[in-house]
Write a protein that binds this ligand. Sequence first.
Ligand code: PAF
Length: 296
Amino acid sequence: MGLKIIKKIEDYKNFYKDFLYNKKIGFVPTMGALHEGHLSLLKKAKENNDVAIMSIFVNPIQFGENEDFDKYPRTIEKDIFLAEKLGIDIVFYTDENELYPQKQTFFVSSDSIMFTSRLCANTRKNHFKGVATIVTKLFNIIKPNVAYFGQKDYQQFLLIKNMVKELNMDVNIQMCPIIREEDGLAKSSRNIYLKDKERQEATILYKALKLGEKILTSSQDLLDNIKLAKEEIENLINSSKLLKIDYISICNASLLEEITKKDLEKKNSINVLIAIAVYIGNTRLIDNEIVSVKIN
Ligand code: PAF
């Protein structure tokens, strides 16, 4: 079948009942403004399922008051062109009237400090509640078997992974690698906000991750390395007058908590997450890397 654009929940439900109920559905939820990161998720959805579905919806409830909801890039024609080119079967392109027809009074949120106060949750107070709520709504509507998320939003991936497990949702959650520009900058819909000089300095994020990786994998004590990596990353980022640190976190990749001596006992290796968020002018960029570190 060619690309089908569905805007109404009711229309999707009818189509599902008639044609999709027995198909393996691969789903990529997006806010549009597609870049190669999204395209890599869409390709996976297409390759590994009977039907590939993408949603496009800029979700207001995951943006804070002073964030970029109004100016978030909306490039629907280009997005649909790209989806068609990749052979995506359905674009669920919907709006607030459909998804929030009345003031939303039920939300999905986590009590875990992983999603209330660590990393991005600390700066973006209700962000993950907004994400968990919209993703649940979309899962309930689309009924996917598999859903794809990018590693760039690693904390978001963990949120969804934990959510489906704890709420017994029958969706397999897959994480796909970060796609980068040639100079290392992670692809992001927000990169278009950057002015020339800011764009140049944004590469410091990737350099900082690589510096962190190098220090973490050197043969010293891991806890000493973590301390040193944090200091060196901080110095590197602060060497640019344009970058302002939101956070630098070097932590346990599955729990997002500080690594202690106890975590290293009886282990051969540990996955360490280096996660960075910076402001460049008014633009907030995030990036991360997971480093598997051998324990001596
Ligand atoms: O990653 C995104 O683009 C959004 O957070 C998502 C998952 C589509 C929910 O609005």
